[in-house]
Ligand binder design. Sequence first.
Ligand SMILES: Nc1ncnc2c1ncn2[C@@H]1O[C@H](COP(=O)(O)OP(=O)(O)O)[C@@H](O)[C@H]1O
Ligand SMILES: [Mg+2]
Length: 424
Amino acid sequence: MKSPNSLFSDRRRSSSGTGSISSSFMTHSPSTSTYSSTTTSSNKSTPGKNPVKIAAKTVAEAFVSCFTPPEPKPSSNNFGDSSDSFKAPSVASDGGSEKRRSRGRSIYASESNSIHAKEAGSVKFTMGEIYKATRNFSPSLKIGQGGFGIVYKGRLEDGTVVAIKRAKNTIHDKHLGVEFQSEVRTLEKIEHLNLVKFYGFLERGEERIIVVEYVPNGTLREHLDCGPGNVLDFASRLDIGIDVGHAITYLHMYTDHPIIHRDIKSSNILLTENLRAKVADFGFARLAADTESGATHVSTQVKGTAGYLDPEYLSTYQLTEKSDVYSFGVLLVELVTGRRPIEPKREIKERITARWAMKKFTNGDAILTLDPRLERSAANSLAMEKIYELALQCLAPHRHNRPTMRKCAEILWSIRKDYKELAG
Ligand SMILES: Nc1ncnc2c1ncn2[C@@H]1O[C@H](COP(=O)(O)OP(=O)(O)O)[C@@H](O)[C@H]1O
Ligand SMILES: [Mg+2]
């Protein structure tokens, strides 16, 4: 494999809108491949020496049509926007019109969501409950397939609608157990409006099952793929960017330990009926290094999805929060253009969407990259330029040149404020 190159040369301009772009870039494809490569875990490991293999994980993008929830939600189980809290103390910018009500308690408590906490710190399910919830893993309830396994829609005895992720820990997949533990440990700790809630898990023999909040309105990718009549408007895309920004800021500023998501991508952004975003899939999450000690986490596995991967992480295996910031930059470009990060069928210079869009932007032609389904209004054009300005910073080759996630969220807030004033 070619050594991973930066998206842009260091000669790129940082904030003024002009500059040059290196033509070098990663050549991964297809866009849905997920990296999974075992490397050494020592801080002394030589950067770039370990080959990065693309694991044979092809995500079935089966749900490309726009859809509404296949089943009405039970009235007693609203998984909408009402049960959030901002635990990270310093995420102060999240004010404005968003009403956030903190439940002030852990997600494991059983009183209000009727899920029985069988032991402190986690909610364990029995196989019987899972079979019942999924009608014996009925194919009609299958809603997706990812790296972890098959995802089913289920209904618990109390009516709670959930997503049930099922994997089998086969002999050939020794890492799955570790990944499962990682996902469980992370999910147990988090609670935020814009993060998919964890309800519980089951580990029995080869079975690994995770029960999470069912988010009813499809993934961001599915919405971006929709045809005329169902197009996500610019304001919704901006809101979604802000929601994701908040979610990742929360993870990065998590009390005690920052949490790095490691797989920010549009198919991991789930939407509610109100088009609010919830970030899913924490299977790749790892606790970040304690930055104050100067230690940098050197990953034992390179994980993530082609097209979203931080080139510096790929070449050094050093994982920091800034890898998420890079992926977020790719996501911002995706929101503006509607395109996937890698579009193999396009002509070469348009294949890597972020590179193409940033080049157009720095040449003053950003408007040519705006999703053709979006209106070319003054408000849209101005906001697009500002989002690209931010994306360019997020996509900086070196992590220290990228903004923090908190800064990204703040900038998006101000973009939205200006947007609303102009759009009226
Ligand atoms: N909590 C959820 N609510 C609703 N649908 C979900 C949920 N989690 C996953 N899905 C669906 O299942 C698909 C596969 O999910 P996942 O296993 O996380 O793989 P990936 O993130 O690689 O797509 C998603 O693309 C989505 O369509
Ligand atoms: Mg996912």
